[in-house]
Design a protein around this ligand. Structure first.
Ligand SMILES: [Zn+2]
Length: 262
């Protein structure tokens, strides 16, 4: 169901980030507008909030007190021989109750850790993808004209600019896909490194193409994804990683990528 500028599928992807307060203001307002008119998504949000609350319950962070250790030790047949090698404790099986008690503590701990790791790692999924989206959105929020630092439709001007700026330490390939106008390039900071951003335009749609060198030379075929309403395409070639992102439709962005790979 489309309700406002966000549809239910997109909202599902955004929900974790929304609960974490990681979504920008404009997007958050769109999400809230969608939630007001969509009981299904509102319920999904409720469930997520309840899950998070449950995982924050102090009772879940079970810390076995000194009592547990004593119970286990005293239940061991030769526990009083505390100087005996640890191995001896294991040669004779401890009573079932102690084992179950330990197992329960471990299970609690595992559940709590799983919950924390899941919630930490899942809201955005792939870190790189999130940074690419952030870089794209940031660039669109800039003043018109500062989208590019070198403004030129000529790849033979743009490529040397990166080399001359001396900031990157590499000169990215500058594709010239027919039908897509090169507006220029700028420096970006993604994934803890400086990367090249090439900016293209198709009708009124801006495409950011982020490029950075890869230490391991892996050729990677086109990978498509959608995030926060943007289409993303990723590929690796000639020792560089490429990420194209735009609100352009998926078919045209794929054409852009395929032409850029030539
Ligand atoms: Zn919905």
């Amino acid at each position: 169901m489309r309700n406002g500028n966000v549809n239910c599928d997109e909202l599902k992807d955004l929900l974790h980030g929304y609960v974490d307060g990681e979504i920008d203001l404009v997007r958050s307002l769109e999400i809230e507008r969608h939630l007001e008119g969509c009981p299904g998504c509102a319920e999904a949000l409720g469930q997520l909030k309840r899950l998070r609350q449950a995982l924050q319950e102090p009772a879940l962070y079970h810390r076995p007190g000194p009592g547990l250790r004593e119970r286990i030790v005293s239940s061991l047949p030769q526990a009083q021989a505390s100087t005996a090698p640890v191995r001896r404790h294991f040669r004779k099986a401890p009573p079932l109750a102690a084992l179950l008690s330990t197992a329960a503590s471990l299970a609690f701990a595992a559940l709590a850790i799983w919950g924390i790791v899941y919630l930490r790692s899942n809201p955005g999924g792939d870190q790189t993808m999130r940074m690419v989206v952030a870089g794209h959105v940031r660039s669109l929020m800039m003043m018109p004209g500062s989208l590019v630092q070198v403004q030129s439709s000529d790849q033979h001007t743009v490529k040397p600019w990166f080399a001359k700026s001396g900031q990157l330490g590499f000169a990215p390939p500058v594709p010239n896909p027919p039908g897509y106008s090169l507006l220029g390039g700028r420096l970006e900071y993604l994934e803890d490194q400086k990367v090249a951003a090439l900016v293209y335009k198709r009708r009124e749609h801006i495409i950011n193409l982020f490029i950075w060198p890869q230490s391991h030379v892996v050729e990677q075929a086109l990978q498509k994804s959608t995030r926060q309403g943007y289409h993303l395409l990723h590929w690796s070639r000639g020792g560089f990683a490429f990420w194209a992102i735009s609100d352009l439709n998926g078919a045209e962005l794929q054409e852009f990528a395929e032409l850029s790979m030539r």
